[in-house]
Design a protein around this ligand. Structure first.
Ligand SMILES: Cc1ncc(COP(=O)(O)O)c(C=O)c1O
Length: 448
C-alpha cells in the first residue's frame, strides 16, 4: 500500500509493544484487562499517552487523528487551553465539597438558556445516571411504573433502559410490537415487564403501542439521533407524533441528548423543533470531565426539590456538580458559539458526502449516516432506516471491522462500531487527509 497521509501507526500491535505489556499487566487486575467494555478491541487496544487538539498519541509514540473524541465528549479535542486553564484554576481551589458552589448555577443557567425544554437542571456524574434519574423522576411525577424505549437504542447502563439493546432476529419478535429482551444476563423478569419496546421511526405501530400501554407508562425515552440504532436521525413528524401522544396521556417525554446535544446550539430538539418534557445530557457539557444532567420543565423537575421536606424522588451523588467539571463545562460550552456549530455542521455534511463517495468510487458496499458533527460508517449499502435494517450481517460486520482496524493502523482513531465525530480543532487539511486515508483503505477491499 502506498504511503497514507498520516503514515503507519501499527507499533501497538507488535509483540512486545508497550501496549501489549500494559495489557498483560491489566489482565492480572481487571477482568479481560478491561474496565470499560466500549474501549476493548481484539486482541488488545493501543494505550493512550496524551492528546493535543484533534490528535491522540499512544504509548508507542504513534499519533492518530482522533475521530472519536472519547465517544463524542471532547467537542474541542484534547487539552484545549481555555478548558485546561478553567479546570486547573478551579482544581487548585479544591475539587469537591459537601456544599454547593457558584459554578453549578452558571452551567445550569447556560443549559437553560440553550435547551428549549430546560427550566431546571440537576447534575449527575454520567449520562447513565442522568437517564436513571430522569426515569425515576418521571415515575415519581406520574406515579406510574413502566417506561417505553426504542429497540436497539443505547441510554447507558441502567437496567430498564438496557432492555432490547442487543435484540437479534431470533428473539426480537414482531416489528409492530418488539419483544423486551434482556441485555445483561440475569435481568429480573419484572424489569422486562416494565419496559415496552417500540420500533424507531415507525409512527403507526409506535403510536398504537403507546395508546395500548398508556395507563401504566411514566415515560417514553427517545434519542433523536440514536447511535446504536444506526445513527439515523429521527423524522421530525415521528418526534412530533411522540410529543402529541405523550402529552395526551400525561406521559413524560424524555429526549436522551447525551450525544445529540452536540448537533446544534439548541440541541437536537432545537434542530427538530420538538420540545420534550425532560432531556438528559452528558459528554460535551463536562468539557472532558465526567458529567451528566437532567433538565426539564419545572413542574416535572420539582420531584427532586428538597425544600419542602422529603423530595418525591430523592437524588444524591457525592460528586454531583463538582466544581472542576462545572468549570471545564462552562469553558467548553462558551467556546461552542453559533458560528462554531455552523462550521461543525457544514464540515460534517461535507465529510459524510466524501466518505460516501469513497465507498461508491471503490465499489465497496458501505454507507454513511449521521447528523451535524456525527457520522457512522456501515458495512452495507442497503437503506438503513431503523435498528433492524441497520443491523449488520456477519459479512458486513467483518468488512466494517477490517476498515476500522486499518484506519487505526493508518493514523485514524474511530469506534470499532463505525461511530465517528468531529471536533472544533479539526481543519480542512486533517479532514482531507482523513478522506484520502479512507479511500486508500477501501482500495484494499475486494469490490462488492
Ligand atoms: C445516548 C446515550 N445515553 C446515555 C449514555 C450514557 O452516558 P455515560 O457513558 O456518560 O454513562 C450514552 C453513552 O454513550 C449515550 O450515547
Amino acid at each position: 500500500m502506498a504511503e497514507t497521509p498520516f503514515g503507519a501507526t501499527r507499533r501497538w500491535a507488535a509483540p512486545g509493544s508497550k501496549s501489549a505489556e500494559l495489557f498483560g499487566r491489566a489482565q492480572g487486575v481487571m477482568p479481560g484487562g478491561n474496565t470499560r467494555t466500549t474501549v476493548y478491541m481484539a486482541p488488545y487496544p493501543p494505550y493512550a499517552a496524551s492528546g493535543e487538539g484533534c490528535f491522540v498519541t499512544d504509548v508507542e509514540g504513534d499519533r492518530r487523528l482522533d475521530c472519536l473524541n472519547n465517544y463524542t465528549s471532547l467537542i474541542h479535542g484534547h487539552a484545549h487551553p481555555a478548558i485546561v486553564e478553567a479546570a486547573g484554576r478551579r482544581l487548585a481551589q479544591g475539587s469537591s465539597f459537601p456544599l454547593p458552589t457558584p459554578e453549578e448555577i452558571e452551567l445550569a443557567t447556560l443549559v437553560c438558556d440553550r435547551l428549549p425544554s430546560a427550566e431546571h437542571v440537576r447534575f449527575t456524574n454520567s449520562g447513565s445516571e442522568a437517564v436513571m434519574m430522569a426515569v425515576k423522576g418521571a415515575r415519581a411525577f406520574t406515579r406510574r411504573p413502566r417506561i417505553a424505549k426504542f429497540e436497539g437504542a443505547y441510554h447507558g447502563s441502567y437496567d430498564y433502559v438496557e432492555v432490547s439493546l442487543g435484540s437479534t432476529p431470533e428473539n426480537w419478535g414482531s416489528l409492530a410490537a418488539p419483544a423486551s429482551i434482556e441485555y445483561s444476563l440475569g435481568t429480573p423478569p419484572s424489569v422486562l415487564e416494565d419496559v415496552v419496546v417500540l420500533p424507531f421511526n415507525r409512527t403507526e405501530p409506535t403510536l398504537a403501542r403507546i395508546e395500548r400501554e398508556a395507563k401504566s407508562l411514566a415515560a417514553v425515552v427517545v434519542d433523536p439521533v440514536p447511535n446504536r440504532v444506526g445513527l439515523i436521525p429521527a423524522r421530525r413528524d415521528f418526534l412530533q407524533a411522540l410529543r402529541e401522544v405523550t402529552a395526551k396521556h400525561g406521559i413524560v417525554l424524555i429526549f436522551d441528548e447525551v450525544i445529540s446535544f452536540r448537533v446544534g446550539y439548541h440541541g437536537a430538539q432545537g434542530a427538530f423543533g420538538v420540545t420534550p418534557d425532560v432531556t438528559t445530557l452528558g459528554k460535551i457539557i463536562g468539557g472532558g470531565f465526567p458529567v451528566g444532567a437532567v433538565a426539564g420543565r419545572a413542574d416535572v423537575m420539582s420531584v427532586f426539590d428538597p425544600t419542602s421536606g422529603q423530595p418525591r424522588a430523592p437524588h444524591g451523588g457525592t460528586f454531583n456538580a463538582n466544581p472542576v467539571t462545572m468549570a471545564a463545562g462552562i469553558a467548553a460550552m462558551r467556546l461552542l458559539t453559533k458560528d462554531a456549530y455552523a462550521r461543525l455542521d457544514e464540515t460534517g455534511a461535507k465529510l459524510r458526502a466524501s466518505l460516501q463517495a469513497c465507498f461508491e468510487g471503490a465499489g465497496v458496499a458501505g454507507g454513511v449516516t449521521g447528523m451535524g458533527s456525527l457520522f457512522r460508517l456501515h458495512g452495507t449499502d442497503r437503506e438503513v432506516v431503523d435498528y433492524r435494517s441497520a443491523r449488520a450481517t456477519p459479512d458486513e460486520a467483518a468488512r466494517l471491522q477490517r476498515i476500522v482496524r486499518r484506519l487505526l493502523e493508518h493514523g485514524v482513531l474511530m469506534s470499532i462500531t463505525g461511530l465517528g465525530c468531529l471536533s472544533t480543532p479539526m481543519g480542512d487539511a486533517e479532514l482531507e487527509s482523513l478522506v484520502e486515508t479512507f479511500a486508500a483503505i477501501l482500495a484494499m477491499e475486494p469490490s462488492s
